[in-house]
Design a protein around this ligand. Structure first.
Ligand code: ADP
Ligand code: ASP
Ligand code: MG
Length: 411
């Protein structure tokens, strides 16, 4: 029988009622004749609550113990989901990442999947059971429990779909699809019907948490098509992420925001403390999200706070006594698109920058993105402005004929 992998995020399984609704969706798929593997996240805000709890005990907990703790969130959901299915008369079994044969490297808190040996999953499916898998976790070759980084249940789903040769991989969330910006922030953001892996990857990497970047990378490598669905209203059409969707490439895919981020700011011409910072980065095998410099040295380095808990404090300590400052609570707002091929995008940002005035602390350019560094408190406003300038109404006409388009980047 063809296998379907269905992943349900935290909000889709936030309470017993919602777990019951998901169980009904799964039973319906079984009735349609599919083998079903369900990947679940921790219920609601459980992961954040467990993190808070850990910090009350120890402000700088070891990542090994954090992984032991956080992996429990997903395990709780699997057992409850299996019970909900059994109550509906559907045979089901809950499995941890380790029991599913998900092998990772040893990088606690941001482990990478190296290999999946899904023998147990095959056996359970063969026996007619729905397999409920704890997302976001695996086991390292040292037999340690590892987690895959925030939002990592998406990665579990896609990687399992690839390992099982599944015919379908669906990511169910509180939103039906991928939009040109977070629709909670930009009310007139539009749903993107189809996206290429590259477009989705860039949106995810710059902070659109609707899909995890690792998951998209896995899907691209394995050629897995991702379908998104809403658990609030399953009748809504979602988005499809695949190679080479049929329409023309867009100039701007969307606007993504990452927050909170911590930045280190060096005064002009004074690089004191840079070596100490680089030492910390080497120790943690960390690469900053953005670096920018002046003729006389580095000016900014930016790190995601959720991906690097505790880093701001450590950097503050090593930079004590220098003129470099650690600034937590900032945000990056990124217009993602084919910046290299559409020079007009940079020109079109100028009036936006003028309108935002001193709110923009720094700007980073790459062939696929224009990023503004701002205070966390104005991130939503800046996201709305950038979206309006590049994708919404009032987009100024393209003047340089470089192939940019005045039409909002919707298909
Ligand atoms: P889950 O718990 O199901 O994994 P997440 O909270 O990780 O869900 O991701 C879904 C959320 O992502 C949405 O509620 C939405 O607010 C946010 N989001 C951010 N950027 C986008 C975007 N471009 N399109 C859709 N949703 C987005
Ligand atoms: N529970 C984890 C998190 O909150 C993983 C996930 O939801 O995908 O990041
Ligand atoms: Mg998620």
């Amino acid at each position: 029988m063809a296998i379907q992998v269905l992943k349900f995020g935290g909000s889709s399984v936030a309470d017993p009622e919602r777990i019951g609704r998901v169980a009904e969706v799964v039973v319906q798929r079984r009735r349609e004749g599919h083998d079903v593997v369900v990947v679940v996240s921790a219920m609601g805000r459980t992961t954040d609550q467990l993190l808070d709890l850990a910090r009350q005990i120890n402000p700088n907990p070891s990542t090994r113990e954090l992984d032991m703790l956080l992996s429990v969130g997903e395990r709780t959901t699997t057992a409850l989901m299996a019970m909900a299915l059994q109550r509906l008369g559907q045979e089901a079994v809950s499995l941890t990442g380790s029991q599913c044969g998900i092998l990772t490297n040893a990088s606690h808190s941001h482990a990478r999947i190296i290999e999946i040996r899904p023998f147990r999953v095959w056996d359970e499916l063969e026996a007619g059971r729905v397999v409920v898998v704890a997302g976001y976790q695996g086991t390292s070759y040292k037999r340690e429990i590892t987690t895959l980084g925030r939002g990592g249940s998406d990665t579990t789903a896609v990687a399992l779909a690839a390992a099982l040769g599944a015919e379908r991989c669906e990511i169910w969330s509180d939103i039906e699809g991928v939009y040109t910006a977070d629709p909670r922030v930009v009310l007139d953001a539009g749903r993107l019907q189809e996206l290429s892996y590259e477009e989705m990857l860039d949106l995810s990497r710059f902070g659109a948490k609707v899909l995890n970047a690792e998951a998209v990378e896995f899907a691209r490598r394995a050629g897995i098509v991702i379908y998104t669905r809403s658990s609030v209203d399953p009748s809504l059409p979602g988005s499809v992420i695949r190679a080479n969707p049929p329409a023309e490439p867009r100039a701007v895919t969307g606007v993504a925001c990452r927050r909170p981020v911590t930045a280190v700011e060096w005064p002009p011409g004074d690089g004191a403390g840079l070596e100490a910072v680089q030492e910390v980065l080497r120790e943690r095998a960390l690469v900053p999200d953005f670096v920018t410099g002046t003729a006389t040295g580095i000016a900014w380095m930016v790190f995601s706070e959720s991906a690097n808990p505790g880093l701001g404090t450590v950097l503050g300590e090593v930079l004590a006594g220098t003129r470099a400052g650690v600034r937590p609570g900032l945000a990056t707002v990124t217009a993602v698109g084919d910046v290299a091929a559409h020079e007009d995008l940079r020109t079109r940002m100028l009036p936006c920058l003028e309108e935002l005035g001193g709110q923009v602390l720094a700007m980073f350019l790459s062939p696929v993105a224009i990023t503004l560094l701002v205070e966390g408190g104005v991130a939503d406003l800046v996201t709305r402005r950038v979206h309006r300038w590049l994708l919404g109404e009032g987009v100024p006409p393209v003047r340089d004929g470089s192939g940019g388009t005045n039409v909002p980047g919707m298909r």
